[in-house]
Write a protein that binds this ligand. Sequence first.
Ligand code: FES
Length: 211
Amino acid sequence: MAIKYSEKVIEHFKNPHNIGELEQPSGAATEGSPACGDQLSIYLDIEEGTNVIKDIKFQSYGCASNIATASIITDMAKGKTIDQAKEISWKQAAEELGGLPPVKMHCSVLAVDALRSAIKDYEKKHLGKEFDESMSKENVKKELQKIIYGKVGVDILTLKLVKYIGIDNDNNIIIDLEMDKGDKFLPDIKEEIEEHLSKFDRANEIKINVV
Ligand code: FES
């Protein structure tokens, strides 16, 4: 079955904005999607002092939705401070594009992850911020693998109830769960997530969203 894309996705795919590379970026990162293996690089030119993103470019080695979401988030981030740009979520990016098919949501996640990593790179190199790498997404994932959905006795990752794992630049861990808000196992799962992730000392807050 053919995937249906919004007009805006097609427009950004055909004529992507901000494509290319910056010669001496103040921050840059390449991220790969665990869901499909595609990659995206983001380059930032940030004004020191104000931390405003003056210029931003991207190179995509991914699908049409990856190119379209990278195009839209680079538009959204340009002119913003790094703190404002960190707040751009994969949901907002998808909404801004007039929606994405559910099987393509991870492409938007990849775009947001690459932007956040590039900002992190700037914060490390220019603002002297330190990040605890032991609190990596991989390690968070390993903890979530230990949490079992009581209804069927299988872990929440295998069941694909975890739609997003993120660590923002303020060391908050963000987990998006795709579950029915009325599910009677939800409070237990939330409690267990908090318990398991509290082992990461550097974690500021654990934010669990039910999407
Ligand atoms: Fe891989 Fe879209 S399918 S980023």
